[in-house]
Design a binder for this molecule. Structure first.
Ligand code: HEM
Length: 438
């Protein structure tokens, strides 16, 4: 007999419940003071559950996240803003060199190179220099998407991932150059971790700040949380979580702005107030004051969803109450940003990109339903860095009088989500979001 799958609460598999009700988001994700766990079954889709992102338990997650959190606070991002700006400046120089040459660039590659370089400099003191690559290191986006795509397979068949990891790296590099590239990045992290450990053993303070130094010198972390294997997992997770996500937002925003002359003109008029010259470099806190740029970013974060997979949370001790149902402790319950952000009553005509919806007298109330970075104890750790990157990059590339972009054989179907690989993925046969720089 067929069951009608309708209504706000659905048992989507033998073990999980899913809720589609924007009013319940804060209750599920923020709760009050109750403990919250992640769902280990899903998290193993990304490999061993030893990074903060994938940690199942409430207390262990709190200490692991605590060791990273100061690094990504708003104050830290303000302090490290010059690092972000210097990578953005490198991007501008590359675009200046390309301008007028007729070269077609794929902005998803460009922005993945940009965000990976920023994380490399910011968190690991590792100069990846993907931006300097003639084609903006296109393999890097593929690496990240292949990694994301395997999430569904490893989630279902948990025995597979450890088996794949046992394959010698030399062979992996031959079978899959993309996975090989990921292991090269892992090797770079390993080398940096070894160097920081050696410096600490000699009683030296490293010249550059890295998350590895912060973790190794954190008294709250247990010795087993300071192993090279865990530090490397934390590094890879920060790199993966922080590169393709922001790159995806920058790419879709580039398309949606270039595709709409009215939005572009209004944005540039506003930017002119803080960028009287094309090479002016306003600070992030100046840009945050600009209402239209802010509305564009908010609308991009809504329209692009951020993370598209349902995000499970477990209340281990207390039963949850929803709509007359009692959900016993221990049951994974999830909600999905797509359903939140495409909710017709909150965001009428949801697939229309309309920054104006964030500039209405009652728009402040809508903020509550913007869940791109999720909420609560497991919300995105890097959201301040992501905002800083979004503001500085959009201002730099759309600075009045600097560049003019023309889309090349690209339409909305190259930008809209076609697959959920935890993060959104465009249609598989898309050639990317391609532009000419003029
Ligand atoms: C627009 C860009 C970004 C989006 C949409 C985004 C979204 C998210 C979301 C929804 C989560 C929660 C995932 C879950 O519940 O399983 C998350 C977690 C996380 N994000 Fe981001 N993120 C972005 C950028 C970044 C950046 C730049 C970093 C850089 C460091 C980062 C690092 C992390 C980490 C470490 C976690 C795990 C936090 C924890 O579990 O304690 N993210 N992100």
């Amino acid at each position: 007999m067929l069951t009608k799958l309708e209504g706000p609460i659905v048992r989507i598999n033998p073990n999980e419940l899913h809720i589609d009700d924007p009013e319940y988001y804060d209750e599920l994700y923020v709760g009050s003071s109750r403990r919250t766990m992640k769902y280990e079954w899903a998290m193993k889709g990304f490999g061993p559950t030893i990074s903060s992102f994938a940690t199942e338990g409430h207390e262990l997650h709190r200490t692991r996240r605590g060791a990273l959190a100061p690094y990504f606070s708003k104050a830290s991002v303000y302090q490290l803003e010059p690092t972000v700006q210097s990578v953005v400046n490198k991007l501008v120089s590359r675009l200046e060199a390309i301008r007028g040459s007729g070269t077609v660039i794929n902005v998803i590659d460009v922005f993945t190179a940009l965000t990976a370089d920023i994380i490399g400099e910011y968190a690991f003191a590792l100069p990846y220099d993907f931006i300097d690559n003639p084609d903006f290191a296109p393999h890097w986006y593929r690496v990240m998407m292949d990694f994301a795509e395997t999430f569904h397979i490893f989630k279902q068949f948990g025995w597979m991932e450890p088996l794949v990891r046992k394959i010698p790296q030399g062979i992996v590099k031959i079978i899959s150059p993309q996975l090989g590239a990921l292991s090269t990045v892992g090797d770079m992290a390993k080398e940096r971790i070894a160097r920081v450990k050696a410096e600490l053993a000699e009683g030296k303070k490293p010249d550059e700040k890295t998350i590895f130094y912060d973790m190794l010198t954190n008294d709250q972390l247990r010795p087993e949380d300071k192993t090279s294997e865990r530090l490397e997992a934390e590094g890879i997770s920060v790199l993966a979580a922080g590169s393709v996500t922001t790159a995806h937002m920058l790419s879709l925003l580039t398309f949606l702005i270039v595709d709409n002359t009215e939005i572009l003109t209004r944005l540039q008029k506003e930017l002119h107030t803080v960028m009287p010259r094309p090479d002016s470099q306003p600070k992030w806190n100046q840009l945050e004051q600009l209402p239209y740029l802010t509305a564009i970013i908010q609308e991009g974060l809504r329209w692009g969803y951020g993370v598209t997979h349902r995000l499970q949370r477990i209340s281990p001790d207390v039963a949850l109450q929803y709509d007359g149902w009692t959900i016993p402790p221990g049951i994974p319950v999830s909600m999905t940003s797509i359903l939140m952000h495409d909710n017709q009553s909150l965001f009428p005509n949801p697939r229309l990109f309309s920054p104006e919806r964030w500039l209405q007298p009652d728009s402040a109330q809508l903020r509550k339903y913007l869940v791109t970075f999720s909420k609560g104890s497991r919300q995105c750790l890097g959201m301040n860095l992501a905002y800083c990157e979004l503001y500085l990059t959009l201002a730099a590339i759309f600075a009045p009088g600097r560049f003019s972009f023309e889309m090349f054989e690209t339409d909305i179907s190259d930008v809209e989500i076609a697959h959920d690989f935890f993060i959104p993925c465009e249609r598989m046969d898309s050639k990317g979001i391609r532009v000419l720089v003029k």
